[in-house]
Design a protein around this ligand. Structure first.
Ligand SMILES: [Zn+2]
Ligand SMILES: [Zn+2]
Length: 402
């Protein structure tokens, strides 16, 4: 039940609340809502009351309701709801921490929503690429490189991702794949051409089933080219761009991707020739060039730091831009804790710094427990040479001073 939904059918809910066109209003004074003015909630909160007057409150946070909280009518509980745009604060008097917990959670979600709304307008210039996106551990990851028409993972579906023709999925955790059906549906809505979606081969059949279920449920066409691309295989995205997956180390099957630019370079043995001689050779059918692949952008998705030590990561570790994760940032959680969960601790980035040859390192997937200041501080503690090339993706995180 959403607060803005005017089609309330629960009698016990309607007893406590009445709906206006865009919000919920409390009209019926009782021991829980005793103050004179009507209180307006413009955020999804479901409040029900049974015949004994026990009030049950559930706040919608993200994609689900918080566990129900029940409060008996009491003079100690005064529910104050602040009507301030979309921000709603529910406070409780001494003796009840439950209601303020809901209020805080709602405010946090509101901050998170605001930060997400900023994503469309932000983009960091990384080695000539205007990389943008959002990555909050466990919530959602989607990193977009518009110059390559590419998005990496799609935990939810930021509007900008819809316009990327290539989508690279690293693994099937929902914070990395949850937005796939919306991505396909929205592209269909805009009549955009079917995208090419890359997945690890071992999940291809299940991803197909998932899309089929959405086709049946929504009675919609969801068009795409689904490519199971294995480690060691190469896919030509354009005549000057190819992609290759590489192994990553997570708690479920996973892989990263390196996008390479393709250049032709005159073979060494013909370098001394002049233009006319080269032209003549070419016309005679001799292959006069070598094909050079330069790793441009690499994306790991979730992985332990074993990725840094794997010889198969060599190209990812020398790409112009490496986008990788650092879920944990300080002593509150150990390296072992990170490893057990299939993630990287920033201390391990420090330990493996010598393997990082990239010009730029975009760090992502920080745990949502951190503030922007925690992230900046952790990056500043890296070796100066590493720190200088690290850019943390902080969209979606709050400042502790906000
Ligand atoms: Zn994740
Ligand atoms: Zn994961």
């Amino acid at each position: 039940m959403y607060a803005s939904n005017p089609s309330c059918s629960l009698p016990q809910l309607c007893k406590a609340l009445t709906f206006s066109s865009s919000c919920l209003q409390f009209h019926q004074p009782n021991s829980l809502f005793p103050s004179k003015p009507s209180k307006i909630i413009k955020t999804p909160v479901l409040i029900t009351q049974n015949n004994e007057g026990v009030v049950k409150i559930q706040a919608l946070i993200g994609s689900g309701f918080l566990p129900a909280i029940e409060e008996k009518p009491s003079k100690n509980i005064k529910t104050h709801v602040q009507n301030n745009g979309r921000v709603v604060k529910i406070e409780a008097l001494k003796g009840s921490g439950f209601l303020s917990a809901i209020g805080n959670a709602i405010e946090e979600e509101e901050e998170y929503r605001k930060a997400r709304a900023e994503v469309n307008r932000k983009g960091a210039d990384l080695g000539g690429y205007s990389v943008e996106g959002l990555s909050v551990g466990g919530h959602e990851t989607c990193v977009i490189v518009p110059e390559l028409k590419s998005a990496f993972d799609i935990g939810r579906c930021p509007p900008k991702a819809v316009h990327q023709n290539f989508l690279f999925i690293t693994h099937a955790h929902l914070d990395h794949i949850g937005g796939l059906p919306m991505y396909l549906a929205t592209r269909g809505l805009y009549n955009l051409k079917p995208p090419t979606v890359f997945v690890p081969p071992c999940i291809k059949d299940d991803v197909e089933k998932l899309i089929d279920i959405h086709r049946v449920l929504g009675q919609v066409e969801l068009n795409l080219e689904l490519v199971a691309l294995d480690i060691g295989e190469t896919y030509e995205m354009r005549n000057d761009l190819v992609v290759r997956p590489f192994k990553t180390h997570h708690v479920i099957p996973s892989q990263g991707y390196v996008i390479y630019s393709v250049r032709k370079k005159l073979k060494k043995q013909y370098m001394h020739l002049n233009g006319k001689q080269i032209e003549k050779l070419k016309k005679s059918g001799v292959e006069i060039t070598d094909t050079i692949l330069s790793p441009d952008v690499a994306f790991t998705g979730d992985t332990t730091s074993d990725f840094f030590l794997d010889p198969r990561s060599a190209d990812a570790l020398r790409a112009n831009v490496l986008i990788t994760e650092a879920t944990f940032l300080n002593e509150d959680f150990s390296v072992e804790h990170a490893r057990e969960r299939g993630h990287t601790h920033i201390f391990e980035i420090m330990a493996h710094a010598k393997w990082i040859r990239n010009k730029t390192l975009l760090l992502t997937h920080f745990s949502p427990r951190y503030h922007i200041e925690d992230i900046r501080q952790a990056v500043s503690k890296l070796q100066p040479k590493v720190s200088a090339k690290v850019i943390p993706l902080t969209e979606g995180f709050k400042s502790m001073h906000a």
